[in-house]
Structures are given as structure tokens and as C-alpha cells.
Design a protein around this ligand. Structure first.
Ligand code: ARG
Ligand code: ZN
Length: 475
């Protein structure tokens, strides 16, 4: 699902090479095997737009063997003779297109930037398909799961542990466990049918539709109806207890907490999760109504060193601290409902989520957001937060201090610059106008300028596009 279609590199390339106009829709071509994002060009594919993923996963926690079928509905955006999906290391045994067996090739991942990326499933369509047609793909695949690493050598994707799996895909780790068009702007709906050994609990996004046990295996069916970008999907498996709460306006909150948390981690976690309704209510009062069908948490005793705002159900490493819960809940508006179009725009997620924690601190009697700004601004000139431009951090700095801290500072500085009324209107309108879609930094700036009737070029140059500590009075 997306509003904009990008033409494939293959077509654009051919047009340049031969000096012709791009192929007419009556001419079929292969969809691009690369995507539109400059930071992760191996992720993503051309020629279609994913609508829905129906993932049937059977995972044996003892052997770490995944056996799966992905039924994927796509809509073509060009006349296609073949198309590709991102799939890292797993192997494919059969592909069907609209129920007909199809030929396919699985290419291995590459290591050009010092980490494993890419890996494609290239499917030849049994007969070529015109533009704007729906195709049903069915892919049988599987393999033994490990602990994949991202471009900063951090574990991500489907991370197998002795008791299950911690599944957190940011930035392009979804391809470690299912065939996918792994680009932010291609949001889709998802169904998950996850079968695990009896006694284990499998947790995905959205709502739990059913749970049934037979012959020593339990199948959990989760349905996620809100449009979702692939990095926010999860299918985590562990020794979880499921509990429910009710949030504002009857919002279902489903929590999965590992039975093996230490006593201290359990206390911290329980105290934080108990406050989710109150946090959601506070954030809603500032950002507008909570945008998604459900909320909740997955708290695993195993750690990958970070938490992730997996849609409707953030996942936490080891325990869930209160500030982190506020941060991940804020992402449900900023990051999940409205997503950055490109990875270079990720301050639109992280700057906003950090700012939400500053707001929460003030709301609960701690220091003001301005005091948080002042403390962040006090960092010395060699701090990592001044090292790269916030809105152009580079692929290995998307989770760096500049994006998080200087990103949050940008919002506080903007609030002072344009005033309370315009600032809060901007925060709400930004979400509301882009809800379930994706948007760029440029459109945020345009909205801020329109609302405030100020030229903010210099302001955003200083805060977002220039590295270094902004000199007092320079914005
Ligand atoms: N978006 C997550 C958060 O700030 C952080 C993800 C970090 N991921 C990573 N691979 N280092 O809540
Ligand atoms: Zn975050």
C-alpha cells in the first residue's frame, strides 16, 4: 500500500541508456531487485506494491527450524514478467503465482558494506502481468534460524534464543524471516499464524484472534489490520504470560511478559506496564487520539540491547523501564502511524519519541522540557550528538545521538521559536495528515512554515542539516 509509485531503476536505466522514453505498459519487464532508499539500497524491490501478507510460520524452539508459507497479495505498478522479494538466508522450496507453480531463483546475501545484506527471491511470472493487476504469491520456505546482525553489528531480525525468538527488524531485518518488499513506504496489512511447541507463546502485532493446541503444538493467530511497515512486524516466541489491560476508549492492551524475568526486572516491568493506560491518555491529549487498534508490550528475558516500537506491541530487552515505555508508545504515533519516507528522515521517529519522554518527565513533576533541552545542549563540542546532521545522519548513524538528542532538541527549539499554539497544532496535524502513510522532513518543514507563517530555512539548516553544536543565537 502506498500513495506514490516509484518507477524501477531497470526502466529508468534503460531509458537513459537507449535515449528512449520509459517502456509502455504493453511492454513487460522485470521488476527492480533493489529499492528506493539510499541507505539500504539492497532492501526493497520495484514494479509492485504489497497489499497483504499472510504468514504461516511453524517454529521449533528446540531445533531452531522454521518451516513457513507466505501468502502475499501484491498490486503491480508496471507491466511485469518477473518480480523479486527480499529474503536473506532462508531457502525456498516452492512458489505459486495465482495458484500456478512458478519458476524462481534465490540469490544469496552480499557483503559489500561489511555486513550481510540483500538476498532476493526472484519469481518468473507464469504469464506476464499488466500494470495495476493483483497477484497472489504463495511461497514455501524455511531454514535454521540464527542471530543476524545489522550494519552496526547489532543483532536484529529474527534473533533465535534458547527459549524462543526476539524479533525486531529495524532497519531492514524483516527479510531475515519472511519474503518481503522491505521498504518503509510500502505498508501492508498482516495475518500471522504461528505454530510453536505446546507451552511456548507466540506474539505478533494486532489482536489475538485464536489459539489452539493439538499434538503438542499450539497455533496463535494474530491479525493486524492497521497498515504496517515491515520493520515494525514481529512474531516473537518465548515463555510469555499473556495479560490484558484496557486503555482509553476501550483500547485493548495485550502484554506478553517472560516468566523468567529476574525479580528486579519483573518489578520494574510490572510498574511500567501498569501505567500504559495513563501514558497513552497523556500522549493522546498532546498528539491526538491513539491511532492504532491495540497496544501492549513484549518483555523478553533475553536482550538484544535495545527496545523496538513494533507496531501495537513494542518489544523490550530484559525489562521495560518507564521512560522506555513512554518512548515506544510515542512511536505508535510518530514512526508507526506516520512513518519516515526514507531512513535519512528517522529523526521524525526518534526526535519525537525522545521529546515525548521529556514531556512525560515534566508532566510527572520532573524537570521541564526546556530544562531537558538545556541539559542536552550542555554536551561538549566533541559529543556524538553534534557529529552528523540530524536529517542526514548516514546509514550507520540512524540510531545515533544526533538523531535522538539533537532531534528532540530541534522540537523544543522549534516550540520556543513558533510558540505554543502553532507548535502543538503542528504536532497534531503532522500525525493526522500523514496517518497510516509516510512523510519526509521537507514536508514537516513546509507544514511548520505554513502554520507559523515564518520562514524557517535558517532554523532548520542549523538544527537538521548542519553538523556541529548550534551556536547560541544562531537560530
Ligand atoms: N527504534 C528503536 C527505539 O529507539 C531503536 C532500535 C535500535 N536498533 C538497532 N538495530 N540498534 O526505540
Ligand atoms: Zn525510538
Amino acid at each position: 500500500m502506498k500513495r506514490r509509485y516509484y518507477s524501477t531503476l531497470a526502466v529508468a536505466g534503460a531509458a537513459v541508456m537507449f535515449g528512449t522514453t520509459p517502456a509502455l505498459t504493453s511492454e513487460y519487464s522485470p521488476g527492480s531487485t533493489t529499492g528506493p532508499d539510499a541507505y539500504f539500497e539492497q532492501a526493497g524491490n520495484g514494479g509492485y506494491d504489497a497489499q497483504h501478507y499472510d504468514l504461516k510460520l511453524k517454529y521449533d524452539t528446540a531445533t531452531k527450524l522454521l518451516t513457513a508459507t507466505a501468502d502475499i497479495t501484491v498490486k503491480t505498478t508496471q507491466a511485469l514478467e518477473s518480480l523479486s522479494l527480499d529474503l536473506r538466508d532462508l531457502s525456498v522450496s516452492a512458489v505459486r503465482v495465482n495458484g500456478m507453480p512458478a519458476k524462481f531463483v534465490k540469490t544469496p546475501p552480499i557483503t559489500t558494506h561489511g555486513y550481510r545484506e540483500g538476498g532476493e527471491l526472484i519469481v518468473t511470472l507464469p504469464s506476464p502481468v499488466r500494470r495495476h493487476k493483483t497477484i497472489e504469491l504463495s511461497i514455501d520456505y524455511g531454514g535454521t534460524m540464527g542471530q543476524p546482525r545489522d550494519n552496526t553489528n547489532t543483532r536484529y531480525g529474527f534473533v533465535a534464543f534458547a527459549d524462543g525468538a526476539f524479533v525486531a527488524n529495524e532497519a531492514e531485518g524483516a527479510a531475515t524471516w519472511y519474503p518481503v518488499n522491505d521498504v518503509i513506504a510500502d505498508k501492508a496489512t498482516y495475518d500471522f499464524e504461528i505454530t510453536v511447541p505446546e507451552g511456548k507463546t507466540a506474539v505478533a502485532n494486532g489482536l489475538l484472534e485464536s489459539q489452539s493446541t493439538a499434538n503438542g503444538w499450539t497455533t496463535f493467530t494474530w491479525v493486524a489490520k492497521d497498515p504496517m511497515t515491515a520493520y515494525l512486524t514481529t512474531a516473537s516466541i518465548g515463555d510469555y504470560d499473556l495479560t490484558t489491560q484496557t486503555g482509553p476508549d476501550g483500547l485493548p492492551i495485550i502484554n506478553a511478559v517472560d516468566r523468567k524475568l529476574t525479580a528486579a526486572a519483573r518489578n520494574t516491568t510490572n510498574a511500567s506496564l501498569a501505567r500504559q493506560p495513563e501514558i497513552i491518555e497523556f500522549l493522546s491529549s498532546k498528539f491526538g487520539p491513539y491511532p492504532l487498534e491495540a497496544a501492549g508490550a513484549i518483555v523478553d528475558n533475553d536482550s538484544v540491547g535495545y527496545a523496538l516500537e513494533t507496531q501495537t506491541r513494542p518489544i523490550y530487552s530484559g525489562s521495560a523501564g518507564l521512560g522506555t515505555v513512554v518512548h515506544e508508545l510515542a512511536h505508535q504515533w510518530y514512526g508507526n502511524s506516520v512513518s519516515p519516507t526514507n531512513w535519512s528522515d528517522i529523526w521524525l521517529n526518534e526526535g519525537f519519541a525522545v521529546y515525548a519522554t521529556w514531556m512525560w518527565t515534566e508532566h510527572t513533576g520532573g524537570r521541564s522540557t526546556q530544562a531537558s533541552f538545556d541539559a542536552a545542549y550542555a554536551a561538549g563540542p566533541t559529543s556524538a550528538r553534534w557529529a552528523v546532521p540530524v536529517a542526514a545522519p548516514g546509514a550507520t548513524e540512524i540510531f545515533g545521538d544526533a538523531v535522538y538528542q539533537k532531534g528532540a532538541m530541534t522540537l523544543q527549539a522549534l516550540r520556543v521559536k513558533i510558540g505554543e499554539k502553532d507548535f502543538w497544532q503542528l504536532m497534531r496535524r503532522w500525525h493526522q495528515q500523514n496517518r497510516y502513510e509516510d512523510a519526509t522532513t521537507a514536508s514537516f518543514i513546509a507544514m511548520a512554515e505554513k502554520l507559523s507563517k515564518q520562514n524557517l530555512d535558517n532554523f532548520f539548516d542549523v538544527w537538521l542539516y548542519t553538523a556541529g553544536k548550534p551556536a547560541a543565537g544562531s537560530w
